[in-house]
Design a protein around this ligand. Structure first.
Ligand SMILES: Cc1cc2nc3c(=O)[nH]c(=O)nc-3n(C[C@H](O)[C@H](O)[C@H](O)COP(=O)(O)O)c2cc1C
Length: 340
């Protein structure tokens, strides 16, 4: 349970009890004491295990529109229980209600230290986006990564769509928890479907042995390091007359799953051409997964935490592909020139 603390003495006491136990992150006494002292004046949220504080988070204002997650810590024995996530969600709610538009956080850039890499992955999974790296803000050994996220839910949702791109790099070995895989599958199943025929079915694979068997038939290999994957199946069911919407159905499901995976901090790529080409890799994968007659395996989506940064692809300009009121009509982006 997360509780807002208002008493400065209690804030300092909780901050001290947590930070002094986290020597890997807060081993430098001077800066640790500074955090403890300053926490008295910051918005303070404590995660409680009954009456015992096991983690905390502080928010401070850095500009009229922006709050910063100034410091947070969770006792090591309480890691991987969703406590950090709960603290950040609570802080986000509070900051949004207080009228802030953005939340930022600073940490040591990915790739410097394993402990901080975990911190980076946690922030990415919480919806933060890379804003800028300041190589010398702290010191050369600790380049400062600034993350930011919009607190306007509509903007955050659109940002997720606009920032999704295919990831074809290496994955970290961290397993994808079942609950996350289930949420990704649920997002796929929630997609629209022509005449509601629900022609698309899904198999998530997280068993290393099954993954290894699939990998053995995917040639050339893709997603080899992914700790999990989703295989997309379709049935060519007629919707009406001779119309079959199976392709549209599974395409909608795939996009939903790609977005859901991103929202949970994972990366993926829509591998369809690869498994449905003349060599029919998908058929061999379907056999491994005991897929019955009548279903076709049409797509492979590796799922995992990205190990590398990947540049997004170049997209054509808006004006080349989208218009208002008439094909190819320039200008009038907001309809103002139609006002008489
Ligand atoms: C129907 C379909 C099939 C695809 N098949 C493959 C594939 O076999 N291999 C691959 O690397 N990417 C594949 N992709 C991913 C596209 O290459 C990718 O979406 C495109 O380059 C645009 O990049 P973005 O996803 O980063 O926006 C496929 C995408 C779609 C929609």
């Amino acid at each position: 349970m997360v509780r807002k603390i208002t008493d400065p003495e209690e804030k300092a006491r909780i901050a001290r009890s947590v930070l002094e136990a986290l020597t890997d992150w807060f081993g430098v006494e001077e800066s640790r004491e500074e955090y403890i002292e300053k926490s008295r004046g910051w918005d303070f949220f404590a995660a409680m295990d009954h009456e015992k504080p096991v983690g905390f988070l502080c928010l401070k204002e850095t500009g009229r529109s922006t709050a910063e997650l100034a410091v947070m810590g969770v006792l090591a024995e309480y890691h991987r229980r969703g406590i950090g996530r709960e603290l950040v969600e609570e802080a986000k709610k509070h900051a949004a209600a207080a009228g802030y538009g953005f939340l930022q956080v600073k940490t040591v850039k990915m790739g410097c230290y394993e402990d901080y890499d975990r911190t980076n992955r946690f922030y990415l999974s919480m919806g933060f986006q890379e804003l800028e790296v300041f190589p010398e803000l702290w010191d050369e050994a600790n380049p400062c990564q600034v993350y930011v996220q919009s607190l306007r839910e509509d903007q955050a949702f659109l940002d997720l769509i606009l920032h999704r791109h295919s990831y074809r790099g290496r994955f970290r070995p961290d397993p994808v928890p079942r609950e996350d895989l289930r949420r990704i599958l649920e997002a796929g199943l929630a997609a629209p479907s022509g005449c509601n025929k629900q022609t698309c079915s899904l198999i998530a694979v997280d068993d290393p042995e099954v993954l290894a068997k699939l990998r053995a038939v995917i040639d050339p290999p893709v997603g080899e390091t992914a700790p999990a994957a989703v295989c997309v199946l379709t049935r060519r069911i007629i919707a009406y007359r001779d119309r079959c919407f199976a392709v549209q159905d599974y395409s909608a499901a795939i996009e939903n799953m790609l977005l859901a995976a991103n929202a949970l901090g994972y990366q993926s790529c829509w591998y369809e051409g690869h498994v449905t080409d003349l060599d029919r890799i998908g058929d061999r994968m379907a056999k491994i997964l005991n897929v019955p007659e009548g279903y076709e395996l049409v797509c492979f989506l590796p799922v995992g935490i990205a190990e590398e940064a990947m540049a997004p692809p170049k997209k054509k300009a808006f004006e080349e592909r989208a218009w208002f009121n008439e094909f190819g009509r320039e200008g009038d982006p907001d309809g103002t020139d139609t006002v008489v």
